[in-house]
Ligand binder design. Structure first.
Ligand SMILES: [Zn+2]
Length: 411
């Protein structure tokens, strides 16, 4: 008890007379912020370029204050927007879309599961679903046959995979033979080559399998010869390679999912992966590549433009980067108009409820609306208002152009 009094007196001595008065009028403030509330002339001073101490925010230039009440965590804080603005929900795409980044392998088990799956595609107006699940051999042949003998033969196409195990001398012959057989069985592309390619995959000798590994070149050359695109996911969002500190804009996601943390000693860097990927594109100019997730450059459209300008054999797929496009709708609009022949729609994870967010960002000029996963984006979305001719290309025409064996006309 005596000790407590000593502390209170010390606090009282440390502040001006008026401060003592306000403290006695609001005892809670004295406990929480020790008289550093924004409205009392308290707080701490910082120099230009300095940050406020933890728990404080810059309420006036050069002055930091603590809130009177304990701040909620970013997990709990869900402010309700009072903005009243036009809302145009878009449950179905304006034109039938080709989803080049499809994951729904379970849909191709039986005629019933296929029919149920197609009904879901109809609800959101996905005309053609590219199964990018690396199916190969018997599994691929069975799934392709199931679709071919169904009433939905024009609604699904399959990509096969690249066998990344045991890459070493002699690997290419086996891999190319498998690719040729899979193309005969109905494969129309390769992919999705997963992010493990570059991050975790190892060669037969135990070293990391680099994205630009020359032993793989015969496989990429075979893709060109067979006229099929290779759909490759390289790296992860840039922030996944940055330290998990209070400045990381993906803090919550990284704190939720340990396997997305790519920072730390001994880990391959984002820039290293970008360099290897670009080497791959450069060394195989006759192979058509689809860079998944906008090559992770949707947060830097200047860099995305440079990539497309440098490599005419490369297309960008836009799955899971909507949060970057929808936070810069004007720049994204101009980019889509300029590169309208080089962008493909893809969704990645098959959640029918999430597609309408994409349609709304691309087709409307709505403002300040929610994204579908709050751990991806702490910010709101804005519509890009793309013209019909661009929508048609991004939704299906570009996919029809670079993927062989697509249904004729509009999907
Ligand atoms: Zn994927």
């Amino acid at each position: 008890m005596r000790r407590m009094w000593t502390i209170l007196i010390a606090v009282g001595l440390g502040v001006s007379g008026s401060m003592v008065t306000s403290q006695s009028a609001a005892p809670q403030a004295g406990q929480q912020g020790r008289g550093q509330g924004a409205g009392r002339g308290g707080g701490v001073a910082i120099e230009p370029g300095q940050e406020c101490p933890p728990g404080m925010t810059e309420t006036r230039p050069g002055r930091c204050s603590a809130p009177e009440f304990p701040a909620p965590s970013i997990v709990d804080y869900r402010p309700r927007s009072t903005l009243v603005t036009a809302e145009h929900k878009v449950p179905k795409a304006k034109f039938p879309a080709v989803d080049v980044h499809g994951h729904s392998a379970g849909a191709f088990a039986t005629a019933e599961s296929l029919a149920a799956f197609i009904a879901k595609l109809d609800e959101i107006n996905v005309g053609v679903f590219i199964s990018a699940d690396n199916m190969s051999g018997d599994r691929l042949a069975q799934a392709a046959e199931l679709v071919r003998s169904s009433p939905y033969r024009d609604r699904v196409r399959f990509f096969t995979g690249i066998p990344l195990q045991g890459v070493g001398p002699g690997w290419a012959e086996t891999a190319v033979a498998r690719l040729e057989a899979d193309v005969k069985a109905g494969a129309r592309g390769v992919g999705e080559v997963g992010k493990g390619f570059g991050l975790t995959a190892r060669k037969a000798d135990g070293t990391r399998l680099a994205v630009d590994e020359p032993l793989l070149d015969p496989f990429w050359a075979a893709c060109a010869r067979l006229g099929i695109p290779a759909f490759i996911h390289t790296a992860e969002p840039q922030e996944f390679f940055s330290d998990l500190d209070m400045h990381n804009e993906r803090w919550l996601e990284l704190a939720l999912f340990p396997d997305r943390r790519n920072y730390g000693p001994g880990k391959v860097t984002f820039e290293q992966l970008m360099t290897e990927r670009n080497n791959l594109f450069r060394r195989n100019p006759k192979t058509t590549f689809i860079a998944a997730h906008f090559g992770w450059h949707a947060n830097d459209l200047g860099r995305a433009a440079k990539l497309l300008d440098e490599f005419p054999n490369v297309y960008l797929e836009l799955g899971a980067v909507l949060y970057d496009l929808g936070r810069q709708p004007r720049a994204a609009h101009d980019f889509f108009v300029k590169y309208q022949d080089r962008i493909l729609f893809g969704k990645d994870s098959f959640q029918p409820d999430e597609y309408p967010y994409y349609w709304r960002v691309f087709e409307t000029e709505d403002e300040y609306f929610d994204y579908y996963r709050d751990y991806h984006a702490f910010w709101k979305m804005y519509g890009m208002g793309l013209p019909d001719n661009v929508l048609r290309k991004v939704y299906y025409q570009n996919a029809m152009k670079i993927i062989p064996g697509m249904p004729r006309g509009r999907p």
